[in-house]
Design a protein around this ligand. Structure first.
Ligand code: KIV
Length: 264
């Protein structure tokens, strides 16, 4: 596979072609995921739970993210690498620039941050300085204490309109991608239709331009409750490489996620 870039994925959106994203935190799995043709790897701060056994993403440090981004970059075979800016490392535009520099120098091609319109100035300054940004809306796990738990977001008319407005303003500020986590499928559809940039979904129904899941979840290696938007692809395959390829195929041809994996 030739290297996947922002240009590749933006063209995919414009052509109405979906793409697949998976998390990876180390070189071996980055190699497996990218050589299976998965277009994008997310070095997510979910590593706080998946690797470190914590009960939230809040304790993950910038050093942790830089270390795992470097590991992923060494194993990667041409996928685009997105890295999460962890909790409180982008509270001001200046801090966001310094933190993003660390992740980009570790091998990220795009950074992801969580939040709404309050991030417009940060997104704009990063974009102007050559750092592509993905804005994560809906259930933003770094704000779990404010949200009162890991709940579906955007179910009231007011919160749905706010999310539509946040998405519009963040794109206008220069966000290169949006990510919607745990939002009703129809709201995700509306945001995706209105966006000029690719919209990645998780628990956001079948209508987004791309889908992301945690790698361990699609291999059925979980330590707790399995959310409804997860599917075990290893159960339908006889190898890890087969499961990764199946996930990519089913996302691209629209078989996954189906309505049962989304929320009303
Ligand atoms: O950290 C992560 O893995 C994420 C996904 C759940 C979208 O942000």
């Amino acid at each position: 596979m030739s290297n996947v870039t922002l240009h590749t994925l933006t063209a995919r959106k414009q052509a109405g072609e979906k793409f697949a994203v998976l998390t990876a935190y180390d070189a071996t799995f980055a190699h497996q995921v990218s050589s299976a043709g998965i277009e994008m790897i997310l070095v997510g701060d979910s590593l706080g739970m998946v690797l470190q056994g914590r009960d939230s993403t809040l304790p993950v440090s910038l050093d942790d993210m830089a270390y795992h981004t470097e590991c992923v970059a060494r194993g990667n075979q041409g996928a685009m690498i997105m890295a999460d800016l962890p909790f409180m490392t982008y509270a001001t535009p200046e801090q966001a620039m310094a933190s993003s520099a660390v992740l980009m120098q570790a091998g990220a091609h795009i950074v992801k941050l969580e939040g709404g319109s309050w991030l417009c100035e940060t997104v704009s300054q990063l974009a102007e300085r050559g750092v592509p940004v993905c804005a994560h809306l809906g259930l933003t796990p770094q704000a779990v204490n404010k949200l009162g738990g890991y709940r579906v977001q955007g179910r009231t008319r007011e919160s749905a309109l706010q999310m539509i407005e946040d998405a519009r303003r963040l794109e206008e500020a220069g966000a290169s991608m949006l990510l919607l986590e745990c939002v009703p499928s129809l709201l995700a559809q509306e945001i995706t239709m209105n966006a000029g940039v690719p919209v990645i979904g998780i628990g956001a129904g079948p209508h987004t331009d791309a889908q992301v899941l945690v790698l361990q979840d699609i291999l059925g290696i979980t330590t707790g409750r399995t959310p409804r938007f997860v599917k075990n692809f290893l159960a339908e395959s006889d190898s890890i490489q087969g499961a990764l390829r199946l996930y990519g195929e089913q996302v691209r041809d629209g078989r996954f996620p189906s309505a049962e994996h989304g929320f009303d």
